[in-house]
Design a binder for this molecule. Structure first.
Ligand SMILES: NC(=O)c1ccc[n+]([C@@H]2O[C@H](COP(=O)([O-])OP(=O)(O)OC[C@H]3O[C@@H](n4cnc5c(N)ncnc54)[C@H](OP(=O)(O)O)[C@@H]3O)[C@@H](O)[C@H]2O)c1
Length: 327
């Protein structure tokens, strides 16, 4: 199989990075982003400050500007806290995106208060600003929809934060197409949507991505590498033990569609590109998609992702061929 390990990045200053506007009205961000849910994650090199700082310093050196975290990542604010320390004095080099209000996670603030309410949002943003050691969040995302709070109340609270300068833009995550339309109809100035999307998870193509495009939102795909399965480092028989997926969810490797992944590996080989380059190239060719926010645990992985983000641009036919392999 053609693997990400087939290439190395010797000199970070030689890596080209592209930038796109997030949706029609959002901030300018690098097309390779950095997912920050590994910061504080047990058993990874980024569990503690040193490993996190190393990855963030690599991001700044490479010109990877979009950092995507959430108040819950790493457990109750840990990712944000580690980032706040690492980014001291470097805050202006990055576009800081975080999230609030995941329905399945309790941050321990205002128990029982709905997470889309004004009261909750004001408490949540204060916590994130403190942990991130900053006076503003560039992109503040509602992590999951709140079934209890009218979206108009959430929008008013977010607009208030924009007026106060505490956040510059806001977005949503895990919204259905109907919820995206409802949020826009209620006057929300959301600039982005974030949902699971990769060659192995294409559910958003039916309704969510068309809604994203119709409303001029930027799109940030989560699990873009399917936990590393789409980097080429796993094969039907080779399963590096020192990986998040083998440590935490080995069944995902066991149950992966190996016939399809082997056909993909052969396609990449035939086109003289690594699987990582094909995966980034295919994703960035999808209309509306702004930045691939892959998570990493090592500076070298980030450098490979950054290089892959501009290494190869598929023709329309090549992108369609890859799509068909995973149909
Ligand atoms: N909005 C939401 O509800 C939501 C949900 C989930 C995630 N997210 C966001 O999406 C981001 C991305 O998701 P994710 O990090 O969980 O999944 P991912 O990007 O699909 O996979 C990341 C994993 O792939 C491996 N990897 C990355 N680059 C590699 C490379 N060049 N070569 C080999 N392996 C590489 C690393 O794991 P190992 O080195 O350990 O193998 C890394 O931890 C998150 O960080 C988070 O910001 C959002």
């Amino acid at each position: 199989m053609t693997g990400a390990t087939a290439r190395t990045v010797e000199d970070k200053s030689m890596v080209n990075i592209d930038y796109r506007t997030l949706g029609t009205d959002g901030p300018l961000v690098s097309t390779v982003g950095l997912g920050c849910n590994n910061f504080g994650r047990q058993g990874t090199l980024t569990e503690y400050q040193e490993g996190t700082t190393a990855v963030l310093e690599a991001a700044i050196e490479l010109g990877v500007t979009l950092l995507d975290t959430a108040d819950m990542y790493g457990g109750a604010g840990t990712s944000e806290t580690l980032m706040g320390v690492a980014l001291q004095g470097k805050r202006d080099s990055v576009v800081l995106a975080t999230k609030f209000g995941h329905q399945d996670y309790d941050m321990g603030i205002l128990p029982g208060v709905p997470k889309g309410s004004r009261a909750y949002i004001r408490e949540a943003v204060a916590g994130s600003l403190t942990r991130l050691r900053t006076d503003r969040i560039d992109l503040y995302q509602m992590h999951t929809p709140d079934p209890l709070t009218p979206i108009a109340e959430t929008i008013a609270a977010l607009d208030e934060l924009v007026d106060e300068g505490k956040i510059l833009f806001y977005g949503h995550s895990n919204f259905s197409a109907a919820q995206i339309a409802e949020a826009a109809a209620a006057g929300g100035r959301f600039v982005s949507a974030q949902d699971e999307y990769s060659l192995l998870a294409r559910g958003v193509e039916a309704e969510v991505l068309p809604a994203v495009r119709a409303h001029g939102l930027g799109f940030l795909p989560y699990f873009p590498l399917q936990n590393g399965l789409l980097t080429g480092k796993f094969t039907r028989t080779q399963r590096p033990a020192d990986t998040r997926i083998m440590r935490q969810r080995p069944y995902l490797v066991e149950d992966a569609p190996w016939d399809v992944l082997e056909a993909y590996a052969a396609w990449c080989e035939a086109h003289g590109i690594t699987m990582l380059e094909a995966t980034f190239g295919w994703m960035l060719a999808q209309p509306g998609l702004t930045s691939v926010i892959a998570g990493t645990t090592k500076p070298e992985q980030l450098a490979l992702n950054a290089a892959a983000s501009t290494a190869w641009t598929p023709t329309a036919e090549e992108a369609a061929e890859i799509s068909r392999l995973f149909a």
